[in-house]
Design a protein around this ligand. Structure first.
Ligand SMILES: [Cu+2]
Length: 119
């Protein structure tokens, strides 16, 4: 277990400078394409965030932000308020309860067989 968790932890620690701002990678509890939309939209409204991109497969949200305007803590908080875990910080329970069934963690879904259905 440690062998899996540790590299992820280290990836999160690495912040690289780029023209888009400071890059931050956050492990989220997202499940599907709908989560991607929800999270990227939440980031678009977040102060100091220039761009974000969620990789649905790995659940890693990459955020480019202006370190003079926001901090990784605030960005994680915004993800929590959108209903998702961000690294070690847990989703806001109220926001999480409002997520679509398919966007919840598999153990919380009413229909355990289904993922999100996209038309
Ligand atoms: Cu989803």
């Amino acid at each position: 277990m440690l062998l899996v968790v540790l590299p992820l932890f280290l990836i999160n620690m690495v912040m690289a400078q780029s023209p888009k701002g400071t890059e931050l990678k956050i492990k989220t509890s997202s499940q599907c394409e709908t989560c991607k939309e929800t999270l990227e939209k939440a980031m678009a409204y977040e102060k100091g965030v220039k761009e974000s991109s969620l990789d649905v497969e790995s659940k890693i949200l990459t955020v480019w932000y202006n370190p003079e305007k926001t901090t990784p803590e605030k960005i994680r908080k915004a993800i929590n308020l959108a209903g998702y875990d961000a690294d070690d910080t847990k989703a806001d329970p109220k926001a999480y309860s409002k997520l679509k069934d398919c966007c919840k963690k598999p153990e919380d879904r009413h229909d355990h067989s289904a993922g999100c259905h996209h038309e």
